[in-house]
Design a protein around this ligand. Structure first.
Ligand code: ZN
Length: 224
């Protein structure tokens, strides 16, 4: 076997560094790079100033179905699909770029003093892409707004109505310590704009939004 390319290793360190800054867990770094555990753990400590957290990754498909995570996940996945398909940034790089964009959008308009914890963590975003690749999730097309929304794979979607068109009665009453309704409304507005762009075919984010039934997957080829 040829010795490992120094340039390749440097690229992977840059990628891992970006992921650590976005909140990636060590397991994610191990899956997306060929760097050793020891090197990744050392890089993590250098950047974060503490040891990487231990424990299992969040492995729950159902989490993405609750309404606020669903809206945020849909917004993120729409951006990921667009970047992965229509820009030179692919796979893990598309994931990092899409997540950085998601953070930008999710925090837009919020006061500096508001808690900065995003609804969708980087690790959850990574899991989301894997769930799509594993055919556990699909984008179901809402019959009202025509946007594609994260849903269980193989669920009948002929009468699917999304979380934006039919929000639950408690919508706007959760996460009250941050900023009650405004955070939610902002997220809804942005996701609705993305969904609308996807159906109008305009060259904007979400234009590559696939509807239910279109082939998916192939973004991150490693299995869960
Ligand atoms: Zn809808």
């Amino acid at each position: 076997m040829a010795s490992k390319s120094v340039a390749r290793e440097a690229e992977e360190i840059v990628l891992a560094t970006r992921m650590i800054h976005l909140g990636a867990r060590l397991q994610v770094l191990q899956a997306e790079t060929s760097l050793s555990y020891d090197r990744l753990a050392r890089l993590y400590r250098e950047i974060k100033g503490c040891s990487p957290p231990k424990g299992m990754l969040p492995f729950s498909v159902d989490w993405f179905m609750t309404w606020l995570p669903n809206v945020h996940s849909t917004m993120f996945y729409s951006m990921f699909c667009y970047i992965d398909r229509h820009t030179p940034s692919k796979k893990a790089h598309a994931l990092v770029d899409a997540y950085a964009l998601y953070l930008e959008q999710a925090s837009a308009g919020r006061p500096e003093t508001a808690p900065a914890e995003p609804v969708l963590s980087f690790t959850r975003a990574w899991m989301l892409v894997r769930f799509f690749d594993s055919d556990m999730l699909q984008l179901s097309q809402c019959v009202r707004c025509k946007g594609g929304f994260v849903a269980h794979a193989h669920d009948p979607d002929h009468d699917f109505v999304c979380a934006i068109c039919r929000p639950p009665p408690r919508a706007g009453k959760t996460r009250s310590r941050a900023r009650p309704a405004q955070v939610l409304h902002d997220a809804l507005d942005r996701a609705a704009a993305l969904a609308a762009d996807g159906t109008a075919g305009q060259p904007a984010l979400g234009a590559g939004l696939p509807s239910a039934g279109q082939p998916r997957g192939g973004h991150l080829n490693r299995r869960i």
